[in-house]
Design a binder for this molecule. Structure first.
Ligand code: BGC
Length: 764
């Protein structure tokens, strides 16, 4: 369909039909997170939008891919594009047209409850991943929705906090990944709940209309976050195009089979209950009665601090027709909204069946999608494996095939699928850590949990007050692995205790301790320490066995008070359904640990956001006055030694760097040699020394400009070429915009922001 064809449809639409296309409604099939009914008369098919970044969330299973941080840790953008395509295909298989992802926010606050949905603390790195995932999703004929635009760095009071951030910092750190995502063809962008410098993003004309649509030439649509609009006329005139969910909280919960129980006994309601209660529920909806749900601002639940008020702002469904009739919103603006929405849908083939003379219904039916295919299962394993970061290894890893292993940890029987909130996915199958090791080991395996299960947090459990459980570890089948004859389950049949874990550890060649954090949308972590008594468990096990390996499955950085006592540490993020299989592949050296840190690991008080003015903010404002000094930029500038720097990650092989050379204005080359007797994968990183700023602003010493990975057999070497991002050479000048200062720019090449092996100079 051409632009003229889309224009012809818009021409045909009545005012009411146009308004019907710019807000959500109740999904007739009850599968979508957001739903737009379409216009039957003209053959414009209904549109279904689904979460989210880690897998497709409907009420049916889907592949539970590793968290975005795990994907980012691969430093492999080709893998990210394959992931995006698989995600798109799974969306299509579930009859969904739009994916609400990828999570594109820069990781500024290590405590942020949604860091696992985001990529990185570096804008070039985040941008490369956002762009690749977007390109993959769109290539599967599904609209991608990078979110949440912009400066949404925390969950605490996310619906009203104002990110106080000045222009150069916004330009250099928080906007670039969105720009890259848009450049990669995203058909949609989701606005965030928060305010930026006092104005809600959903009403931020400069950010939505001037920067995103104007400067960047974005011709897709801006969708609100759910209940993330504060007005009708202001948001529409500022550039918001689609209001979601467009219905009341009760109607939304009802359509998801999560109605708060009428008797208030917390049972939740099944789909059939929801139908039976239809009348009562719509009456409740009319009155906007949200009682019994955490969407109720008076509910008092832990999440309320992080939830939007579903009653604020007004609905496009009711207020937009009169606003156009009054002239408060020009009809041309409404036409623009509809054109943007239809244009993005058309770009993925959604309107292919529509012709003016003969409406047939649309949809890209030639590609029916695919879900839970062997290819997608393998991809989930590949990302989780490659994203696993070997933080420390004193030689205990890789494990010998026949080592006797004690598998320890409160959650060894379940895969860590993700954090709580809108990204929760229920997989078809999962491998628990215990199963992964049992399947791979040729020695004896004992299992000792050591502590009672550490529960994840499910926002949806809280929303439905006991409704359907889609949270991690809840529903999917986990085999018990009892086929392994060598297993001695120390604490099977008795309450797990630290003593049992110590006994198991003492009797084994190696103790592998699996620990996890607990993170969710709508709340930030209150500490970077592991929850419950997991730190104590590690210390006790390490005391009993010198060959103790810790596998940490966390949403972001964690504190590691036991670091000096253990022999090896893996950061496995939230690995998704392939948890056991992927971790075993790395532990036993079937794969080289390919991951590198996309975030700095340090004690909480060492980050700039330890200042409460910066996080969670004071009087409704979070001061971004650390400026450009976020993540490794801060630690480098302060000369502070973090626990582990950005980019860090060990290999089982060993690499030598030689001959760093500039081969053009934006390219460096380096020869990398694998000097070990085993194959390995090296991630080569290039950092550009930051220019001196003519103003007072503190600049970081250096910034990531590019990266490339190389797989090398024993004794092999290769020349690796790294393309350098132009923005790393520049700075955003408040009066002149992006500026590259003339003169020599030093480019260092190495293994992390701290471990640089050589440099070259590029003249500008
Ligand atoms: C989240 C979005 C999500 C939406 C729909 C919101 O609470 O912030 O990321 O896409 O819900 O589930």
């Amino acid at each position: 369909m051409t632009t003229e064809d889309v224009a012809a449809i818009v021409e045909e639409l009545t005012l009411a039909e146009k308004v019907g296309l710019v807000h959500g409604a109740t999904d007739t099939e009850g599968t979508a997170t957001g739903f737009v009914p379409g216009v039957d008369r003209l053959g414009v098919p209904p549109v279904r939008l689904t979460d989210g970044p880690l897998g497709v969330r409907t009420d049916e299973p889907a592949t539970a891919f590793p968290a975005s941080t795990a994907l980012a840790a691969t430093f492999d953008t080709a893998l990210a594009e394959r992931f995006g395509r698989a995600l798109g295909r799974e969306a299509t298989a579930r009859n969904q047209d739009v994916l609400l992802g990828p999570g594109t926010n820069l990781i500024r606050v290590p405590h942020c409850g949604r860091n696992f949905e985001y990529f990185s603390e570096d804008p070039v790195h985040s941008g490369a991943f956002a762009a690749s995932v977007v390109a993959g999703i769109q290539s599967a004929d599904v609209v991608a929705t990078p979110k949440h635009y912009v400066a949404n760095s925390q969950e605490t009071r996310r619906a009203e906090v104002s990110s106080e951030v000045d222009e150069p910092v916004l330009r250099e750190l928080y906007l670039p990944a969105f720009r890259d995502a848009v450049g990669a063809g995203a058909g949609s962008v989701m606005s965030s709940y928060n305010r930026v410098n006092g104005t809600y993003v959903s009403e931020h004309e400069r950010l939505l209309t001037e920067v995103l649509k104007g400067e960047w030439g974005f011709d897709g649509y801006v969708v609100s976050d759910w209940f993330g609009t504060e007005s009708v006329v202001e948001s529409v005139n500022a550039g918001l195009d689609l209001q979601m969910p467009g219905i009341s909280a009760s109607e939304l919960l009802d359509s998801m089979g999560m109605s708060p129980d009428e008797e208030g006994d917390g049972d939740g309601a099944s789909d059939s209950d929801a139908e039976a209660n239809d009348e009562g529920d719509s009456a409740a909806a009319d009155a906007d009665d949200e009682a019994g749900s955490i969407l109720d601002p008076d509910d008092g639940s832990d999440f309320v601090d992080g939830m939007p008020d579903p009653r604020s702002g007004g609905r496009y469904a009711e207020a937009l027709v009169p606003a156009v009739e009054r002239g408060d919103v020009p009809e041309s603006r409404l036409d623009d909204m509809v054109t943007r929405i239809l244009g993005s849908l058309d770009a993925v083939g959604h309107l292919d069946g529509v012709t003016e003379s003969e409406p047939t219904g649309g949809g890209s039916s030639d590609d029916a999608g695919a879900i839970d295919t062997p290819e997608h299962r393998r991809l989930a394993v590949e990302i989780a494996t490659r994203g696993t970061v070997l933080l420390k290894n004193d030689g205990v890893l890789p494990l010998a095939d026949d080592a006797d292993v004690a598998v320890i940890g409160p959650n060894v029987d379940e895969a860590v699928l993700g954090g709580g909130g809108s990204s929760e996915v229920t997989p078809f199958a999962q491998t628990a850590p215990r199963e992964g090791i049992e399947a791979r080991s040729e020695g004896a395996v004992s299992v000792a949990r050591g502590l009672p299960r550490v529960e994840g947090v499910s926002l949806f459990d809280a929303m439905g007050e006991g409704g359907e459980d889609t949270a991690d570890g809840g529903e999917a089948d986990t085999a018990d692995g009892s086929e392994n004859a060598d297993e001695t389950a120390i604490d099977d049949g008795r309450e797990p205790d630290v003593e049992g874990a110590v006994t198991a550890a003492a009797a084994a060649d190696v103790a592998v301790v699996f620990v996890r954090d607990r993170a969710t949308e709508a709340a930030d972590r209150d500490s970077l320490r592991l929850p419950e008594r997991q730190d104590k468990l590690i210390a006790a096990v390490a005391d009993a066995n010198d060959r103790t390996v810790v596998v940490a499955n966390a949403s972001g950085p964690i504190e590691t008070p036991w670091l000096g006592d253990v022999a090896a540490v893996l950061a496995g993020w939230y690995p998704g359904q392939a948890h056991g299989e992927a971790t075993a592949a790395v532990l036993y050296g079937d794969a080289d640990p390919g991951g590198r840190l996309p975030v700095t690991f340090a004690p909480a008080e060492a980050y700039p956001t330890a200042d409460e003015r910066r996080f969670p903010g004071v009087d409704g404002e979070a001061a971004y006055d650390e400026g450009l000094l976020v993540g490794y930029r801060h630690f480098d500038a302060a000369g502070d030694e973090p626990t582990y720097p950005f980019g860090h990650g060990l290999s089982y092989a060993e690499f030598r760097y030689e001959d760093v050379e500039a081969v053009g204005p934006s390219t460096v080359e380096v020869t990398v040699a694998n000097v070990a007797d085993r194959a390995g994968r090296e991630v080569v990183q290039a950092y550009v020394d930051s220019p001196d700023a003519p103003d007072e602003r503190a600049r970081p010493p250096r910034e990531l400009a590019g990266f490339a990975a190389v797989e090398l057999g024993p004794g092999e070497s290769a020349t690796v070429e790294i393309g350098l991002d132009e923005r790393a050479f520049g700075r955003y000048d408040a009066s002149h915009g992006w500026t590259v200062d003339a003169g020599p720019h030093v480019v260092s090449v190495g293994r992390s922001s701290r471990d640089r092996r050589g440099s070259a100079t590029i003249e500008r």
